[in-house]
Design a protein around this ligand. Structure first.
Ligand code: GLU
Length: 415
């Protein structure tokens, strides 16, 4: 049975380690670890059967030393306060790693949207939006999509917030539909950033991505678009994918268009014609060149880390690898591209969306993608340079970079 690591404690270990290497004093390290503000909300929602249900949700604002708080909102039965705290701090480190002038926050509601109607989800979303409206805003804290949320939810939150204010506030949230001020390129941005990171890693390790084998755990927004982009743009061969219901493998390769059409039709990648079934655990241990964990946190632990055979593991998910697992993979020569770098494409284009909203002037998709490429390429180089300088793994390197940037900003502002 795999250990269940507490992601907030995992984050604190990383910051302690980086803080010590950087020579930060104990007080500064404590500031870096502590969320600045936490809002717990308990709110009623009218369900379709006429009953009333009270939902519990959070919005945690970790750090805004470098700019307004920023981070997504997830809907999941396993949401808990420590998870949201960890996720909010990972946003702080992520925005600092890619050097965008934003801080870190995260929100979540404990719910199972897969068992709710669209109407119930809309009423829950609007009520949550009005509860957290006291701390969010275009200059304060800008939410975005995360697990099980997307353009539809962002539109409802934007509308609820704008209604409360009495005017249109597109800059309160990112990941909106294009018609409401969403940015071109935002839906694929996390995956695009992920494949740019893999490209940079392949360049430095002499891996040819054309024909390279890939396994993807998670087939939501991030995993599915990663399949599409790595196959289309680099000619890599995706041999296994999975979603919450199970996985599929075919050594000859799985074509994105066909797998996606099957998922849309049946609701899962499972039973894709010509494939063999594989579990969500086994997919991680396949002998592939590139592994992309794109589902949830804590899937690679000290129990299975020694069995990971991929040469590169690019983290599309937040927190898929535990602290101890990381050390094992580093020792075994697996190059882990940490979440705060590898999946930062989403928040980077969220930042571009927010800039476009504030200017009320919109860019072409090509401009968005080029600017994203530039941001990720520079961030990758910054992290790689740290990794060489300190002879440490890429996660330690990214934390050194990010914690230093945030601590420098905090110090300049003073207490
Ligand atoms: N939820 C995404 C993440 O974890 C995106 C956050 C955002 O765009 O603000 O990075």
């Amino acid at each position: 049975m795999a250990e269940k690591a507490n992601p907030f404690e995992e984050m604190k270990k990383m910051v302690d380690k980086a803080g010590k290497t950087l020579g930060l004093d104990a007080g500064t390290i404590e500031v870096m670890k502590s969320p600045k503000r936490e809002l717990h909300v308990h709110f009623p929602v009218k369900m379709d059967d006429g009953t009333t249900k009270v939902f519990n949700g959070y919005r945690v604002q970790h750090n805004d030393a470098r700019g307004p708080f920023k981070g997504g909102i997830r809907y999941h039965p396993q949401v808990d306060i420590d998870e949201v705290r960890a996720l909010s701090s990972w946003m702080t480190w992520k925005t600092a790693t890619v050097d965008i002038p934003l801080g870190g926050a995260k929100g979540g509601i404990i719910c199972d949207p897969k068992k709710m109607s669209v109407g119930e989800i809309e009423r829950m979303t609007r009520r949550y939006a009005s509860e957290i409206s006291i701390i969010i805003g275009p200059e304060k804290d800008i939410p975005a999509p995360d697990v099980n949320t997307g353009g539809k939810e962002m539109a409802w939150i934007m509308d609820t917030f704008s209604t409360l204010k009495g005017y249109n506030c597109p800059g309160v949230i990112t990941g909106k539909p294009r018609e409401l001020g969403g940015s071109l390129g935002r839906p694929e941005a996390t995956s695009r950033g992920l494949v740019f990171s893999v490209r940079e890693a392949a360049k430095r390790t002499g891996m040819n991505l054309k024909g390279a084998t890939v396994a993807i755990q998670g087939y939501g927004n991030v995993g599915a678009f990663a399949h599409k982009l790595i196959e289309r743009d680099f000619g890599s061969k995706v041999i296994a994918v999975s979603d919450s219901q199970g996985g599929i493998v075919n050594e000859k390769g799985l074509k994105y268009d066909d797998v996606w059409a099957h998922k849309v039709k049946t609701g899962s990648v499972k039973n894709f014609p010509g494939s063999k079934p594989i579990s969500n655990e086994d997919i991680l241990e396949l002998k592939v060149d590139v592994l992309l964990p794109c589902a949830l946190e804590n899937v690679i632990t000290k129990d299975n880390a020694g069995r990971i055979k991929a040469k590169i593991s690019g983290e599309g998910a937040n927190g898929p690898t535990t602290f101890e697992a990381d050390a094992i993979m580093w020792k075994n020569g697996v190059l882990v591209l940490p979440d705060i770098l590898a999946n930062a494409g989403g928040v980077t284009v969220s930042y571009f969306e927010w800039v476009q909203n504030n200017y009320n002037y919109y860019w072409t998709e090509e401009e968005v993608n080029q600017r994203l490429d530039h941001k990720i390429t520079v961030a990758f180089k910054d992290v790689w340079d740290m990794h060489e300088k300190y002879k440490c793994n890429m996660r330690d390197a990214a934390y050194l970079l990010a914690v230093k940037r945030v601590a420098d900003a905090a110090k300049l502002r003073g207490l």
